[in-house]
Design a protein around this ligand. Structure first.
Ligand SMILES: NC(=O)c1ccc[n+]([C@@H]2O[C@H](COP(=O)([O-])OP(=O)(O)OC[C@H]3O[C@@H](n4cnc5c(N)ncnc54)[C@H](O)[C@@H]3O)[C@@H](O)[C@H]2O)c1
Length: 325
């Protein structure tokens, strides 16, 4: 039998493939339509927790027949890594052939994780935000602050960004970089309230906490605005969340799983998951006054919708290293 090979794609290789955000959003749209119509396989993610605390290593398998996508992401988040000069999120993704089950590729998963999370915000916003949303408030100006804005910029006429970070040097650098990159008016603001008030879309992307710090108070999120809670409910006062007409998530089973683990203790009832919004089972925004919100948890189907596209482009571009199986 001929020797089988896999393609190894390092973090630099995955970045070099440079898959456009618009394609990532499209891939997620297909994945969520398939999920909404019951045609994906995605068992709940098992995890281990070396070192305790909020550290995790999660196994995230998924199969999306319509995209011929099957595989698993093995991703870790270690909260103290920054003290060692190491990244918080690291991991690998294995992509399998859906016909034979053979592994096709092993790739670094950091870029995919960053980009697909932004894409999931934008896809949710397509159904939950006003089409004319042009002012975005970003709280937490790290990796997610950047990719969420990049994705929103693909679907919305974003003109103004108000950026808040607990470290003002970070929000200032972010505002400069985003103004230049997207030709928009991005400014650093001094308080979370300034970032939320007057924004059409709000993204909170600070640390995930079991016990929310409840900074965002009732009356801050404007009528007709949409919020994406990349950092779960950490930022939100429960009474501010009660103002929401439609509270959504990407997967109810996973939300309940996190609830059982101590997160999301005081949230509104879930109106719809993203699969139901994309497949039309549930209506999205129905008027210009509703306040809407999603807490997307990050799903294995997000990653698996994107991985085959990276693999195919890498093959076309001659990127990566072939290794014997
Ligand atoms: N839901 C998902 O699918 C998903 C996926 C990936 C990451 N995340 C989460 O998103 C969050 C951001 O991830 P990242 O990769 O951008 O991290 P990052 O470290 O690159 O950026 C986080 C930023 O938040 C800032 N910050 C810390 N506390 C803050 C506060 N109270 N207010 C405002 N800013 C604050 C930090 O200074 C930093 O600039 C993390 O909590 C991560 O776990 C969620």
């Amino acid at each position: 039998m001929a020797e089988q090979e896999i393609l190894y794609l390092s973090q630099k290789d995955v970045v070099a493939v440079d898959l456009p955000m618009s394609e990532i959003i499209r891939a997620l749209e297909t994945a969520f339509r398939e999920k909404g119509e019951g045609r994906t396989e995605m068992p709940p993610k098992p995890g281990i927790h070396p070192g305790g605390g909020d550290n995790f290593i999660h196994a995230m398998p998924a199969y999306i027949p319509a995209l011929k996508a099957a595989g698993i992401k093995w991703v870790s988040g270690f909260t103290e890594n920054f003290k060692r000069g190491l990244p918080y999120i690291t991991g690998l993704l294995i992509l399998n052939d859906v016909e034979t089950g053979l592994p096709l590729a092993v790739m670094d998963c950091v870029w995919i994780t960053a980009m697909r999370t932004g894409a999931a915000t934008a896809l949710s916003a397509r159904f939950l935000a006003r089409e004319d949303s042009s002012t975005v408030g970003i709280l937490g100006c790290g990796v997610q602050g950047r990719t969420n804005l990049e994705a929103l910029k693909v679907l919305f006429p974003v003109k103004k960004v108000k950026a808040y970070d607990i470290d003002p040097a970070i929000s200032e650098a972010y505002a400069d970089r985003m103004s230049e990159r997207f030709d928009i008016e991005a400014t650093a603001v001094q308080t979370p309230q300034e970032a939320v008030k007057g924004s059409d879309i709000v993204v909170t992307a600070g640390p995930i906490l079991k016990k929310p710090h409840r900074t965002i108070l009732p009356g801050w999120l404007e009528e007709g605005a949409f919020a994406s809670l990349v950092d779960f409910d950490s930022y939100w006062h429960p009474d501010a969340m009660k103002e929401i007409a439609k509270f959504c998530t990407d997967d109810v089973a996973q939300l309940l799983h996190y609830k059982g683990a101590g997160y999301f203790q005081d949230i509104p009832p879930v109106y719809a998951d993203l699969g139901e919004l994309v497949s039309g089972v549930k209506a999205g925004r129905e008027n210009a006054r509703e306040r809407t919100m999603t807490a997307n948890l990050g799903l294995a189907i997000d990653d698996m919708a994107v991985a085959p596209k990276i693999y195919e482009r890498a093959l076309e571009m001659g990127i990566g290293v072939r290794l014997s199986l």
